[in-house]
Write a protein that binds this ligand. Sequence first.
Ligand code: FAD
Ligand code: DLZ
Ligand code: SF4
Length: 502
Amino acid sequence: MSTLRIVLGDQLTRGLSSLLDYEAGDTVLMMEVAEEASYVKHHKQKLTLIFSAMRHFAAELEAGGISVDYVRLDDPANTGSFTTELRRAVVRHRPSHIVATEPGEWRVREMMKGWDAEIRDDGRFFAAPAWFAAWASGRKQLRMEFFYRDMRRASGLLMDGDEPAGGQWNFDHDNRKALPRDAAPPKRLRFDPDPVTREVMEMVARRFAGHFGDLETFGWAVTRNDALEALDHFISACLPQFGDYQDAMKQGNGFLYHSVISPYLNIGLLTAREVCARAEQAWRQGRAPLNAVEGFIRQILGWREYVRGLYWLKMPDYAETNALDARRPLPGFYWTGDTEMNCLRQAIGETRRHAYAHHIQRLMVTGNFALLAGLDPKAVEEWYLLVYADAFEWVELPNTHGMALFADGGVMASKPYAASGAYIDRMSDYCAGCAYDPAAKLGPKACPFNYLYWDFLMRNEKRLGKNPRMAMPYRTLARMADDRKREIAAAARQFLDRLAPS
Ligand code: FAD
Ligand code: DLZ
Ligand code: SF4
């Protein structure tokens, strides 16, 4: 009697449900497979992170006396997919039982239906999909804020008895400040590639040369110990300012006071519970203010759990909607950053260099442009899924399809996150270095976000005009002279027609 225990590349956690009852004689199966590496052309740093972290995790398991059968990508016998590799492993080990933990993506769950395996819940999340489904049942609207309050109550995080710590659930009115000119955000920890990572980098450079992104700048943690060091650094050096400057953007510093731990959470090097507990402890010990700690915990206990719940509740139909009938192909500059629009150039350039951009760059720069320009959701989603080191469909899809593109028609967000150049100018220093002027509404110097914004409202008036949260901009539009509207529409058409598709 022996059990074959499967661990996927985003399941690198010692407490994983498929590992819990490991006994001598069992084998852990880990597989590097071509299908996962190329179903989209993942950023080279994302591939390196996953393969190197998998190899380190396997070595840690073995050092702890656990037997691991590790299939490398460059093994000539590797057949290239989870299902065919599992078949080969069954021949090697003749297990009496196969155990896996539920995967993070619909695509892989469908694949697992063909396996003769016990599929266990993924206990690394606060809310199981069934818990979320029960929460969602009977509700007309699935608003994150109400879900988050129930998660606070259920988890006990930032609670004083039955009351939220500090007497409020949400301290956002204290947050979202513009960054002062003299602010000096701390330098990020960078982890020099060790021999294991260097070997993976060589393999990735060789086999995936055509994939997006720079590889030389790789500095991600690939072990739990290093990920814990990155977390420590965030808690002590950045968390106190996290809330205040959460929405700020600065040229030359994409990290600001963000934690930059999403890849570690998503592949399992850190757990959501320990990260939230560490943040709460920092507040209780007087090392970080409540507005920062509440804001940070809300991102993980609230948003992260909420998008996962929504994903499993709504898939597979969720991915197929296109509520704003957006059809334009992705412009080529999403791959190169080669555009006169400085905010986009910076956000895409950092994405190439670091496989990272923070939330407001993703939502209000690249996402806002995609929304206003009416880019095809499928093309935009593929872009987000492959360019970020933290991108897995369960978290990428609701954020892109729902939050950024409003392609779900309002399941996730009560209104589209559409903004003109004034927002980007207020929250960043990008406009000072731009060929365009954020104050100009029309003419050759006009910031394209300005006319694209009004053109978006005009194009979508039938779909959005009755949304009470859009009442103010639509009132302004109603007061606009018809000539002005025609000029805006013409400027938008001219700009959009010039975009070269990828
Ligand atoms: P911080 O700002 O320090 O936040 C702390 C943690 O909160 C993050 O590490 C993350 O785990 C969690 N978090 C914050 N916001 C969100 C959110 N909206 N949804 C889920 N978790 C959140 N996040 C991913 O992990 N993977 C993705 O593929 C992804 N795609 C996105 C696509 C778009 C269009 C948008 C608008 C957002 C996306 N996000 C995604 C959410 C968010 O942008 C990233 O989690 C965040 O930028 C990661 O950086 P950080 O670790 O420094 O986060
Ligand atoms: C993203 C990814 C990549 C690139 N490669 C592998 C791999 O070779 N082996 C593996 O086990 N997992 C990999 N992953 C992560 C899987 O795609 C991940 O488990 C699913 O995206 C989530 O269901
Ligand atoms: Fe972006 Fe417009 Fe500012 Fe240029 S002027 S950086 S395009 S918001």
